[in-house]
Design a protein around this ligand. Structure first.
Ligand code: NOJ
Ligand code: CA
Length: 704
């Protein structure tokens, strides 16, 4: 073992030091992973092996506290508890219905040998697909509050793996993924991001999940679970030592990372370990490390597909605010730039009509409320947005009545402009209004720098804000789809009204990004990285790939084929999936049938094939109908795949519809070239599909 603790571990285990040492190692249920906790001269540490090979070498654990010595370096073991747990639970909505939660728990109680005599426990849960561990701090010496300056949790790698990473940004997750060796991670040079002017990246660090592939073929991903009342964790990169150390998101207002009331448990620090890339996606480690649901009845939220008065604003066809559109339209000189307010009663009714005729459950309406005249680019945004007052040209009662008559749900929108105090003041009233109207879900947004200045989107103060929103919303039977959110850490298990979130570089970048949008490889990386954190509101389904006429002459487009856009309804998981394009772009399009048919709530999901950054094929079975849907995406290389349909039900014939790239399809040269074939399928049969460069495919298998 090439580490600083080696000698002392030997002392501990070979000479026995005290004679009757407790066993501080534990194996996962099937024995593939073995986690060992150790003390080296009183310093806490751990290492992790998979099938006898070291995955994480000796890594130290400690916490830096304000006005106190380092905690973790003068410890002795008090007690060791071990327990095997094997249970199942059901997701109310999800990638699968039944989840197996089986692990070995190992808890080490420690006391300080130094005069402070502080106590701490290290709790580990060892699963077959990875581990989680956290610090558990009991109330002690009459002290009830600690100020955490930093948490020094180390992850010592054993080689220099290929790594998929985004910069350790305290405000945003909307970066493109980089693919480099670990030793070449350089978040500092990615600091000045033209599209993300308001973000903050103080160190050479990464945001999580960060995913790696070692030359020995192992896949590792690092993240956290149950981030509650604490700061989000970035990982500081030591390129030379091949080591990561937790770096908590800070606050310039308080000067510390977190203030905690004892007793306190930190979030779980997680390491997923897999032998195929697909196993990372199939892993339930992150949700399993969260507590069971505290919402007794979530039946009021139904997974759905939705349209939105949304893409038209991103294209510049219409505006969010009513004021500027009126000014433009009054000025005859501005005739060529005529733009209209999007959220008018008339326009929204047209979306509702289209949704109700085409099996789309919801319509999102952005720009319906007053305040849009002073959001982006304004310093003082406190008290500007009003979450109960519609613009004069939007009759909210009439819209709700109209939508209910047609079996369509309205999805509320609350852009907070990152002024959470204003939102906190209004959220009860806003959710009460929603409840009185029978609206059960809201898309929230936090665009811009957080007010008050000095707080960051992923610091403890904002973590608590996002949490408070979930709790309050639950009381009014409101589900949250947060944009510019805190990262997902599996809390959807405890709060199943946390239905989806952005927290990545979404489709909208294709409409206006200076770097010409997301590259074709984007969605072959996202499922192995960001998606491990939970459901994504990516907003797929743009059919007008070249965005004609809105982007004519700019070179901007969606950098995928049309078949790739269809595949995203299966490849990217979310209980709400947007059909993001203008509804008129779906009219008369045979490929739209797939969006009408595809499920949004799954009995089970299987990754059939995939390599990070290259390609991915996922099959999911719809809960209600037991129909299957398959989606595949590839990067700019193109890829041929063979899919064995051995997961289908024995003795059943399925009506199969294959939506695949046409012969000359290419993400840039011919993106809308699509072939649609209808053919019956049975268990055991196979399909061969050629994905074009930047392409993909979608298959629906509907039970006869
Ligand atoms: C950013 C969100 O990601 C986007 O979807 C939304 O349209 C705008 N904010 C306005 O709220
Ligand atoms: Ca966004």
């Amino acid at each position: 073992m090439k580490n600083v603790f080696g000698t002392v571990i030997l002392c501990l285990f070979l000479t026995g030091c005290s004679g009757s040492l407790p066993d501080t190692s534990a194996s996962s249920p099937s024995g593939n992973l073995v986690l060992s906790f150790f003390l080296s001269d009183g310093q806490m540490g751990y290492f992790l092996k998979s099938d006898g090979q070291t995955m994480i070498d000796s890594s130290s654990l400690s916490i830096v506290l304000r006005d106190q010595p380092l905690l973790g370096s003068n410890m002795k073991i008090q007690n060791v508890e071990k327990r095997a747990v094997d249970e199942v639970w059901e997701m109310p909505w999800g990638e699968q219905r039944v989840v197996h939660n089986q692990y070995q728990s190992l808890k080490i109680w420690l006391t300080e040998t130094a005069e402070q005599n502080r106590k701490i426990a290290l709790a580990f849960k060892i699963y077959d697909d990875g581990i989680g561990f956290r610090y558990e701090i009991p109330e002690q010496n009459g002290v009830t509050e600690w100020i955490i300056e930093e948490e020094n949790t180390e992850f010592q790698l054993v080689d220099d793996p290929m790594t998929w990473w985004i910069p350790g940004d305290w405000d945003s997750y909307e970066h493109l993924y980089n693919t480099t060796r670990f030793s070449a991670i350089d978040a500092v040079s990615k600091r000045n991001h033209p599209n993300l002017a308001s973000t903050y990246i103080p160190f050479n660090a990464v945001n999580t999940p960060i995913t790696m592939k070692s030359d020995k073929g192992y896949y590792l991903s690092f993240h956290e679970a149950n981030l509650t009342d604490y700061a989000g964790m970035t990982l500081l990169i030591d390129n030379e030592k091949l080591k990561m150390t937790s770096g908590l998101v800070g606050s310039d207002r308080t000067g510390y990372k977190a203030k905690v009331r004892l007793p306190f448990n930190t979030p779980w620090r997680t390491i997923q370990v897999a032998k195929t890339a697909g196993e990372l996606i199939e892993s339930n480690l992150i949700v399993n490390l969260n507590e069971p649901s505290v919402i007794e009845d979530i039946s009021w939220f139904k997974p759905m597909k939705y349209l939105g008065v949304w893409w038209e604003m991103h294209l510049g066809k219409s505006t969010w605010d009513m004021e500027s559109s009126q000014n433009i339209n009054k000025d005859p000189e501005a005739e060529t730039e005529r733009r209209f307010h999007g959220a008018t009663t008339e326009n929204v009714k047209a979306y509702i009509d289209f949704a109700s005729k085409n099996n789309i459950g919801g319509v999102l309406v952005e720009g319906w409320n007053t305040g849009w005249g002073r959001w982006i680019g304004f310093e003082d945004r406190e008290g500007v947005f009003d979450f109960v007052t519609p613009y004069a040209d939007y009759d909210i009662e009439e819209i709700v009545k109209y939508s209910q008559e047609r079996g369509v749900e309205i999805i509320m929108h609350h852009e907070t402009s990152a002024a959470p105090r204003t939102y906190d003041q209004q959220k009860d009233t806003a959710y009460a209004l929603m409840q009185s109207l029978g609206i059960n879900s809201v898309k929230t947004g936090y665009v811009g720098k957080v007010i008050p200045k000095g707080e960051y989107h992923h610091g403890q103060w904002m973590v608590n804000h996002y949490h408070g929103v979930l709790e309050t919303a639950a009381k009014y039977e409101v589900a949250i789809n947060a944009h510019e959110p805190i990262k997902g850490t599996g809390k959807r298990r405890t709060y199943p009204n946390a239905i989806a979130r952005e927290g990545l570089r979404g489709q909208e970048f294709n409409a206006w990004s200076i770097e010409k949008g997301n590259p074709p490889e984007h969605l072959t990386i996202i499922p192995f990285t960001r998606m491990l954190a939970g459901p994504i509101d990516f907003t797929p389904g743009i059919f007008n790939i070249k965005m004609t006429p809105y982007r004519d002459g700019t070179g901007q487009q969606i950098n995928t084929t049309l078949a790739h856009q269809l595949a995203l309804y299966v490849v990217v998981y979310s209980p709400i999936q947007m059909a993001a394009d203008l509804y008129e772009h779906y009219e008369g399009q045979p490929a739209f049938q797939f969006i009408q048919d595809v499920g949004v709530d799954w009995e089970q999901s299987r990754v059939l094939a995939g390599e990070i950054g290259k390609y991915l094929v996922i099959a999911r079975q719809e809960r209600e109908t037991l129909n299957w849907f398959i989606g595949g995406v590839t990067n700019e290389q193109g890829k041929r795949v063979s899919i064995a349909l051995n997961f289908l039900e024995e003795g059943t014939t399925y009506d199969g519809v294959i939506y695949k790239d046409g012969e000359s399809a290419h993400w840039n040269d011919n993106p809308t070239n699509i072939d649609i074939e209808t053919t019956p399928f049975k268990k055991g049969e196979a399909v061969e599909i050629e994905m074009a460069p930047g392409g993909g495919f979608a298959i629906s298998l509907l039970k006869k």
